[in-house]
Design a protein around this ligand. Structure first.
Ligand SMILES: [Cu+2]
Length: 242
């Protein structure tokens, strides 16, 4: 039953729906993103992290769904949820989700992202379907929209900007100052990751979610690097501004 519901939503995603919503709808959105989780049971929703989503590739808990179930900080939360299907850029055609390497991210694979913004900060969850099974991708929020060229997505979004770009200094290029959503896919090529930050994006400076060919490095001189950019999703991340 739950499976049917998720399928229907995936279809909606394929049409490139983008919605932002207040907290009421947020409860539903979170339940939807928590693929395979129990059906939403009203605004109070049972907080039931033990019944983890079967769809999670690596056992990552459905963070957004869990928090909403708690319902403690819901009053001021704002949400963004977006999804798309990857396609190759051909000529002037520039898809919202573009694959640069079809061997790692085939055309037709799907991506979804959800973002919850509160006065305390934000949480972001990313999910991919139908990419390479058993593979670890480095995944980050970048500052520019996707383009036909992998470099179009610009550098990583940083809360405190490294004066030296490209930034490979672990003091700036780290998971607390940037948004990292590295994920490892299951045997069906599905994966999910989530992260939280105590800060907000500056308006218009967080424009895309980029998948890289391998996990993100953390050492000096290579921090934040994760190999080639294999796919990119132009996502409408929201800032802290109201
Ligand atoms: Cu990146």
């Amino acid at each position: 039953m739950a499976k049917t519901r998720v399928k229907a939503k995936a279809k909606a995603g394929a049409r490139g729906k983008v919605r932002t919503a207040g907290v009421g709808a947020g409860v539903v959105l979170a339940a939807v993103l928590a693929t395979g989780a129990a059906s939403p049971a009203g605004p109070a929703g049972p907080a039931n992290p033990a019944a983890g989503p079967s769809g999670a590739a690596d056992g990552t808990p459905a963070l957004l769904g869990g928090l909403v179930g708690g319902g403690l900080d819901g009053q001021s939360a704002r949400w963004m949820r977006a999804s798309a299907v990857f396609a190759q850029a051909e000529g002037a055609r520039k898809p919202r989700a573009v694959t640069h390497d079809p061997t790692l991210v085939p055309a037709g694979a799907r991506v979804r992202v959800a973002q919850k913004v509160t006065g305390q900060g934000m949480e972001i969850e990313a999910e991919v379907h139908g990419v390479r099974p058993g593979h670890t991708y480095g995944v980050h929020v970048h500052t520019q929209p996707c383009g036909a060229a992998p470099d179009a997505s610009g550098p990583h979004y940083q809360d405190r900007k490294d004066p030296k770009q490209p930034s490979t200094d672990p003091a700036y290029a780290n998971r607390h100052n940037e948004v990292w959503l590295d994920l490892t896919t299951d045997d069906k090529g599905n994966g999910r990751a989530s992260t939280s930050q105590k800060w907000h994006f500056r308006q218009g400076e967080a424009r895309s979610l980029v998948l890289h060919e391998h996990a993100t490095h953390t050492g000096r001189g290579e921090a934040g690097q994760a190999g080639d950019r294999v796919a990119c999703f132009t996502a409408p991340f929201i800032s802290g501004a109201r």
